[in-house]
Design a protein around this ligand. Structure first.
Ligand code: SF4
Ligand code: SF4
Length: 372
């Protein structure tokens, strides 16, 4: 495992994200605890010392399961990151209740890293509003040693990012951004990374593979990459990209042992890309953007608010797979895997999903289009 120096700490360059842990029976809230424990044991043995969870991952069960498993290891053998869920008035009004609940669920008395979760244009007002005093509360926790470092994740545009950096200048120890070769131009990640450099704020990367999508690219793209580096796997290309842009920690939400093994192997060495390789990846991302794919990362936040309990990311995934293969509509057979009451036809257009989606995806319109 390679390590990065961060304010006197030695952090593994690969962190274990716990948003996509293995589940039982396909239900997002039912984490397979046995397999997760095996994965964490493997991660620990292979030098991963950074574990990232959040209040809403796996409908609240990620904190519980990960906290319980990690409590079996010496507390100074790992770093634990959690996040304040600024997604509702109720949450903004009760930071202390939520923080205490998170510590209890994670079986710990401190978080080494604590983030404002998913700062966007929609919730930045709440995060900055002195009426709620979220930063005041976090400062107090840091002073008392219950938070090691304060950071934030951001899905907003560059103005939103700059506004947050300006508001808490000098107090934000790190920033977690979605940075990968597809989003370098699509979500304008290049500009955001440059802005962090300007402010001197270290970069953490989330969604390095865009919810796994960048590990499943078409044959024509794979053969282009093979010509450049025949010994690199497709997922490894993404991680080499993040090594090139100077990420301190790259968080990968791994769902099985094979992914974990492969990623650990990739992070046994630093192999940044040369200019031609970097350009080839960015060009490839731009080419893929020409399809009508929906930029869903599979974070599943929307599934926690959908009154019809639709598996929104799975539906979008089916649509995207058809986009990549050049089919303009989704064939009927694709929906046979679904409960007939959980297909896009069941969508009532309430748009609750859109209010929480960090990618700003207009889900209701997509469901309407798929209905047709
Ligand atoms: S718009 Fe449709 S998919 Fe979105 S929350 Fe409402 S019912 Fe669910
Ligand atoms: S639609 Fe948005 S909230 Fe839902 S899984 Fe995709 S990116 Fe996440």
């Amino acid at each position: 495992m390679i390590y990065r120096d961060f304010m006197g700490l030695k952090l593994s360059a690969l962190g274990l994200g716990t948003m996509r842990l293995p589940v039982v029976g396909g239900k997002g809230s039912d984490i397979d605890e046995g397999l997760t424990a095996e994965m964490i044991a493997f991660a620990m043995e292979n030098g991963i010392n950074y574990y990232d969870t959040a209040y809403m991952y796996h409908a609240g069960n990620s904190e519980k399961v990960v906290g319980k498993i990690l409590s079996g290891y010496p507390r100074d053998s790992f770093f634990l990151a959690d996040k304040f869920p600024g997604f509702s008035e109720e949450a903004f009004s009760s930071p202390a209740r939520i923080f205490e609940e998170q510590l209890a669920k994670c079986c710990t008395d401190r978080f080494d890293f604590y983030l404002f979760h998913s700062v966007t244009e929609k919730n930045i007002g709440g995060y900055l509003d002195p009426k709620y005093g979220i930063m005041d509360y976090l400062r107090e926790q840091k002073k008392s040693g219950r938070i090691g470092h304060i950071g934030f994740s951001c899905h907003g545009d560059i103005d939103c990012l700059r506004r947050f950096l300006d508001a808490y200048r000098g107090e934000l120890d790190f920033c977690q951004l979605e940075v990968n070769w597809f989003d370098w131009t699509y979500e304008k990640a290049a500009g955001s990374v440059a802005l962090l450099r300007e402010y001197g704020v270290p970069l953490w990367v989330m969604e390095p593979l865009r919810g796994g999508k960048l590990a499943r690219i078409g044959e024509k793209y794979v053969s282009e990459l093979n010509k450049l580096r025949p010994d690199e796997t497709v997922p490894a290309w993404s991680f080499r990209f993040q090594q090139t842009v100077g990420a301190t920690v790259v968080l990968s939400g791994m769902s099985d042992m094979e992914q974990l093994r492969q990623n650990v192997m990739t992070f046994s060495s630093d192999r940044p890309l040369n200019n031609a390789e970097f350009k080839a990846l960015v060009d490839m991302g731009e080419d893929m953007q020409k399809s009508n794919m929906v930029p869903c990362t599979g974070c599943r936040y929307c599934t926690t608010v959908c009154p019809m309990e639709l598996d929104i990311p799975k539906i979008i995934d089916i649509y995207n797979d058809n986009c990549f293969s050049g089919v303009v509509s989704v064939p009927q057979r694709a929906w046979r895997r679904f409960d007939p009451e959980k297909t896009p036809s069941a969508c009532i257009g309430c748009r609750a999903c859109e209010g929480i989606c960090p990618q700003g995806i207009e889900v209701a319109g997509i469901m309407e289009m798929l209905k047709e």
